[in-house]
Design a protein around this ligand. Structure first.
Ligand code: AMP
Length: 278
């Protein structure tokens, strides 16, 4: 397993692979890897000759009062998970390597980024688009892997690749959950034992919404109402949003008459968790 910190080293490694005609998959992460990340790496290893995993807590996607400083980090553990899942190289740059003095170019997006998480986190997707674009330009992979756990992010990346003619195939991978249903997330480590129990309410709400849709309910309002009711019953939960949107544009819809995304964001104590179904 190669662990590199500079852009030059990554370019050299990928350059050698490409000279041999090998295909390259990229899995962008913020580290503190768990089975959710591992599933992306495994998928990338199945579809490509070589896999690069980036581990970078990207400062530009955090808002001023968010958890940039407290975000969990453990590179040794990440190396282990990455190796087991079939990764070949970890790119772990320092913030200065990605954002040197004088950095002032950003990739921004309208429409999709103004809904859902974009309301509470107005600068988040600008940071995501910028860093993912930089990673694409640095690694120049054939394919890049993103989790459906962050469904809006996946839709944003798909849109960006289309709009900016980036020749990389974007692969979405299913949500990996804890045995009790909570979606795996590096941020789950913030939860106290009591909050961890309360966090199950997200999955309960998602399951109830899914159930309604499978039973034929098409009215977004009814589905949202049921999901909200379940979340509201948990005293430790505070809703950020419960929404049903068009799967491609992220704009709210009133009827499920096309591919959709039902998404929730909920604070459990101070920790903001997201989940979705589609
Ligand atoms: P993060 O390190 O949280 O930025 O996540 C890196 C990538 O892993 C993103 O594409 C996430 O959507 C994906 N991911 C995180 N958690 C999960 C999960 N529970 N299931 C599937 N993918 C996930």
């Amino acid at each position: 397993m190669n662990i590199v910190e500079t852009i030059q080293e990554v370019r050299q490694i990928v350059g050698e692979w490409k000279k041999k005609g090998l295909t390259v998959g990229l899995v962008p992460t913020m580290g503190y890897l768990h089975e959710g990340h591992a599933s992306l790496i495994e998928q990338a290893a199945k579809q490509n000759d070589k896999v690069i995993v980036s581990v970078f807590v990207n400062p530009t996607q955090f808002g001023v009062n968010e958890d940039l400083d407290s975000y969990p980090r453990d590179l040794q553990h990440d190396v282990k998970i990455c190796e087991q899942a079939g990764g070949d190289c970890i790119f772990h740059p320092e913030p200065e390597e990605m954002y040197p003095q004088g950095f002032c170019s950003f990739v921004d997006m309208d429409v999709l980024t103004k809904e859902l998480c974009g309301i509470t986190r107005p600068t988040h997707f600008r940071g995501v688009c910028t860093v993912v674009n930089k990673l694409f330009n640095i690694v120049m992979p054939d394919r890049a892997y993103f989790g459906e756990k962050d469904a809006q992010q996946l839709a944003v990346i798909r849109r960006m690749v289309k709009d900016l003619n980036i020749p990389i195939e974007i692969i979405g991978c299913p949500i990996i959950r804890e045995p009790d249903g909570l979606a795996k997330s590096s941020r789950n480590t913030y939860l106290s034992p009591e909050e961890r129990k309360a966090a199950l309410v997200l999955y309960k709400s998602i399951s109830a919404g899914k159930q309604l849709v499978s039973s034929g309910e098409k009215r977004a309002e009814i589905i949202i109402q049921k999901m909200t009711e379940i979340l509201t019953a948990e005293p430790l939960a505070r809703i950020d949003y419960v929404k049903i949107v068009d799967a491609e544009t992220m704009q709210p819809i009133s009827e499920i008459d096309r591919p959709y995304l039902a998404a929730i964001a909920v604070y459990i104590g101070k920790t903001r968790l997201i989940d979705n179904f589609s």
